[in-house]
Design a protein around this ligand. Structure first.
Ligand code: PMP
Length: 396
């Protein structure tokens, strides 16, 4: 049965990956995934930064069940008052820094990026954007244009936005940010670009530069949000408050949900000239918001950001002991950890060997020499121990 399903998958589900993992999924719980033949995998990617509270957390499942019995989609965005949406918006407003108090919900990260870019243009009346080399913000046209990897842009040129890309973590380039710039968009820690962590003064200096020229600062925390880096939001590591915060992935507790959040005066721009300046049918779906709300509770109750900081620090120290297999460097922040290899071939060999032993991990989307570890923040020490044993053997 699994072979037949795999054949149909390859034939009818649009293929984007040269070598899909191809696990025929039966069940997922916590940090584990089982295939239909009963094989167990340890998911060191959390479905790529989604399952921060673990796969299928019982509270999240219960919230989904209860919400689905009450109502599913009832109306397009922003017309009806839906408790899960309102409560999640309020919780996000309370948890985010400063006066980021107005939330626009989308279905995905890339849509949230699009919304943030449109909001910045409309609010500032300016047209240009600044982004960073190596950045990933999603694959719709606007998000692709601010992405910082030409390989993925070239097949789709011309890009639709006026964007200048600057080197990441280099303040010398800041004079390029001037009063023609609507917004600067940045991942506080670059994820898909290879887990690149900026030096201590880079983000504060960027904040200051944006203030000086009147450009908005958009922080894309689609990967780094919800405790991944050891704080609820990564911007807090540098005490930087963005003008617009972009969230997705873990936001929906496993269901599709994105958001961009800003100060009232910025977000109000979407309600006039013309009214309904940015709308969506499904954004902020009640099921996704109900799941997200409970996932947020779990995150706080189980102190998962703090856990990510502690466990991440310990794991990083253990990983730094690893040797062999052309492993060059290990770095990380919270439970966003990179193993950097000498070559793409060495990286691929390592990933394949680990996978054969039941570890789900991969190189980052845009950096084929960096393996990223981003497990559920609930991963146990025993599971980490098991992963270490497999990884050490794979390197040997
Ligand atoms: N921004 C960042 C930083 C991301 O890592 C991603 C997805 N990996 C996105 C945006 C796009 O999110 P989505 O896939 O939900 O559209």
């Amino acid at each position: 049965m699994s072979d037949e399903l795999k054949r149909q998958f390859l034939r009818h589900v649009c293929q984007t990956s040269a070598q899909p993992l191809g696990i025929v999924v039966k069940r997922a719980l916590g940090a584990k995934i089982w295939d239909i033949d009963g094989r167990e995998y340890l998911d060191l990617l959390a479905g790529m930064g989604v399952a921060n509270v673990g796969h299928a957390h019982a509270d999240v499942v219960q919230a989904i069940t209860e919400q689905s019995a009450a109502y599913l989609h009832v109306s397009v965005y922003g017309e009806m008052v839906q408790r899960p949406q309102v409560e999640l918006a309020r919780r996000l407003a309370e948890a985010t820094p400063g006066n980021l108090s107005v939330v626009y919900f989308t279905n995905s990260g890339t849509e949230a990026v699009e919304g943030a870019l449109k909001t910045a243009r409309k609010y500032t009346g300016r047209t240009r954007f600044v982004a960073f080399n190596g950045a990933f913000h999603g694959d719709t046209f606007g998000a692709l244009a601010v992405g910082g990897n030409p390989t993925y842009q070239e097949p789709f040129t011309p890009m639709l936005l006026d964007v200048e890309h600057l080197p990441f973590n280099d303040e010398a380039a800041f004079p390029r940010i001037d009063a023609s710039v609507a917004a600067v968009i940045i991942e506080p820690v670059q994820g898909e670009g290879g887990v690149r962590i900026p030096s201590a003064d880079f983000l504060p200096a960027l904040r200051a530069r944006c203030d000086a020229v009147g450009a908005l600062l958009i922080a894309d925390e689609v990967i780094t949000g919800f405790g991944r880096t050891g704080k609820l939001f990564a911007c807090a590591h540098w005490e930087v408050e963005p003008d617009i915060l972009v969230l997705a992935k873990a936001l929906g507790g496993g269901l599709p949900l994105g958001a961009f959040i800003g100060r009232p005066e910025i977000m109000q721009t979407l309600s006039h000239d013309p009214p309904l300046a940015h709308v969506t049918t499904f954004g902020g779906h009640p099921l996704s918001c109900a799941a997200g709300l409970v996932a947020f509770d779990v995150l706080a109750r189980e102190r998962l950001p703090e856990r990510a900081a502690t466990i991440g620090r310990e794991w990083l120290a253990q990983l730094r002991e690893l040797r062999g297999g052309a492993l060059r460097a290990v770095r990380g922040i919270g439970l966003l950890i990179a193993l950097e290899f000498e070559t793409p071939e060495a990286t691929r060999r390592f990933v394949t060997r680990c996978f054969e032993q039941g570890l789900i991990l991969n190189w980052t989307l845009h950096c084929d020499t960096v393996v990223r570890l981003a497990p559920p923040l609930t991963i146990t020490k025993e599971e980490i121990g098991r992963a270490n044993t497999v990884m050490a053997a794979a390197l040997r």
